[in-house]
Design a protein around this ligand. Structure first.
Ligand code: HEM
Length: 207
């Protein structure tokens, strides 16, 4: 039997699902709120702006990878209810990316719009990160059920660009580090493994 594959479908009752969904919302939103609160109250070690940029940047990648793993896990475990979490994690990934961008423009660049534009145009790692942010923002705006219905088959094509976003986000991460660090290479390895495991989906997209 292949790794992580079940014979019989897995199902949990609605109360367990509700508790899990509330738990995810609390964990992801309260965690960010606490970190921001600590940053503003001076309770974080070192440079709070750098801390917030790192926290939201890594957070975006984590949430994006979890969201992309869900369909795979749900299929392997025959656990269809898990799919309800895919959108939740995807939406939070986009929100964390917007927070990451906001911290950068508010605290590093002090809302100097000409500086923001020149950073995006002239620093390649920022350009790449910005492209990933544009994709995630488009996915966030089209994540509502009503918009999904209006877009029809175009919706899926738009949402397939999440794979471009996750690749760009990894390039941005690798490019942003100044010294040899292990973490970005761990993330790119995990991303490539995930893309390999989801290769059937890719083949369908490019057919
Ligand atoms: C989906 C979008 C993005 C993701 C997933 C992402 C992710 C990351 C990650 C993981 C880091 C490294 C954190 C660390 O060193 O621990 C980082 C750093 C950074 N990112 Fe992003 N980022 C994104 C978009 C952007 C955008 C749009 C901007 C600005 C326009 C930006 C500006 C920065 C800056 C300034 C750093 C810090 C580099 C340094 O340490 O000096 N990022 N980002």
């Amino acid at each position: 039997m292949p790794l992580l594959t079940r014979e019989r479908p897995l199902r949990v009752n609605t109360t367990a699902m509700l508790v899990a969904r509330i738990g995810v919302h609390i964990l992801v939103s309260i965690w960010a709120a606490l970190i921001f609160y600590q940053a503003f109250s001076g309770a974080l070690p070192g440079d709070p702006v750098q801390y917030l940029i790192d926290f939201t940047g890594i957070g975006t990648l984590n949430l994006l990878l979890v969201s992309l793993s869900i369909s795979l896990l749900s299929m392997r475990l025959k656990f269809a209810q898990l799919m309800k979490f895919r959108k939740t994690f995807g939406v939070y990934a986009a929100i964390y990316a917007l927070l990451h961008f906001s911290v950068f423009i508010a605290f590093e660049l002090q809302f100097e719009w000409s500086l923001i534009l020149s950073e995006i145009i002239e620093r390649p790692y920022i350009t790449v990160g910005f492209c990933a942010l544009l994709i995630l923002s488009a996915l966030l705006l089209t994540s509502f059920d009503r918009v999904k219905r209006q877009l029809g088959p175009l919706w899926q094509r738009i949402h397939n660009t999440v794979y471009i976003a996750v690749i760009l986000a990894n390039i941005h991460f690798i490019w942003s580090i100044k010294s040899t660090e292990f973490l970005p290479y761990l993330y790119i390895s995990l991303t490539l493994l995930l893309l390999y495991l989801k290769r059937k989906k890719w083949q369908k997209i490019f057919k």
